[in-house]
Write a protein that binds this ligand. Structure first.
Ligand code: SAM
Length: 240
């Protein structure tokens, strides 16, 4: 019988196929959030829940003077990430490890930038996971969480699928509270919202929040595929 593909832990042949589909689905939100991340060319990066490994590649392109790492608890995701980055893995520029976010095989204070794209809604013990991320972050390092606000990460409305798998979708305020509880020094959230045919970016920080209008007639400027995209995306930045 055909295995049921899982977004929470993609495994086997169906998992491999789903990782390809996710690359397509998640590319718009990944590219948008990467624009919001300041990554220096010598930053050591780690992508947690790395899936196919495409975001490890994108991060390595931004920081080619340091190693880039990926971690995932699915052996299928790890294998796929190694295949995706074969040359740089062989040359020692990219390292991919199989591990749970709660117990990562890294020294303290190893990374400048840590990312988690469309994965934290599956992390069960989230405060302890955020503490484990903080352990491996350098002082002043940044942790970015990226996801669709309602669970629709991207182009395809598969939020219900996520819920079937026990996903929990936090909003920006909940992330801010949990990250502060885990000991991060500052938290900022950027929200992309298609509202009344306009594009907004909301920025929350310790001084409060501000809302900025980026484009009027937003949907008129989109191609057909972009019009399918879920209306709210969140990029949370927490600093150690
Ligand atoms: C929905 S996929 C997203 C993959 C990729 N980040 C993307 O944006 O396309 C979620 C990934 O997170 C991984 N994952 C979920 N919970 C995890 C955990 N507790 N520790 C490590 N990886 C986890 C899954 O195995 C899967 O590869």
């Amino acid at each position: 019988m055909e295995e049921k593909p899982s977004y929470k832990k993609p495994e086997g042949q169906s998992g491999e196929k789903l990782l390809d589909i996710m690359d397509h689905e998640h590319t718009p939100i990944a590219l948008w959030s990467l624009e919001n991340m300041e990554v220096k060319e010598d930053d050591v990066t780690l992508d947690i829940g790395c899936g196919s490994g495409l975001n490890i590649k994108r991060l390595y392109e931004k920081s080619p003077k340091a190693k880039s790492y990926g971690v995932d608890y699915s052996s299928t995701s790890v294998r796929k990430s190694i295949m995706m980055n074969r040359k740089d893995v062989d040359e020692g520029n990219i390292v991919v490890e199989e591990a749970d976010v709660l117990d990562m095989p890294f020294e303290d204070e190893q990374f400048n930038i840590i990312t988690a794209f469309s994965t934290v809604f599956f992390w069960p013990d989230i405060i302890n996971a955020f503490k484990e991320v903080k352990r491996v972050l350098k002082s002043g390092g940044k942790f970015f969480i990226v996801q669709g606000i309602n669970g629709n990460n991207n182009c395809q409305p598969h939020g219900d699928k996520g819920n079937d798998e026990g996903a929990v979708f936090y909003n920006d305020q909940e992330f801010k509270n949990m990250l502060q509880e885990a000991g991060y020094s500052s938290v900022k959230c950027i929200i992309r919202k298609v509202q009344e045919n306009k594009k907004f970016v909301k920025t929350y920080n310790s001084e409060g929040y501000s809302e900025e209008l980026i484009i009027d007639n937003f949907k008129d400027n989109m191609n057909e595929e972009e019009k399918e995209v879920s209306s709210e995306w969140l990029c949370v930045m927490a600093e150690k």
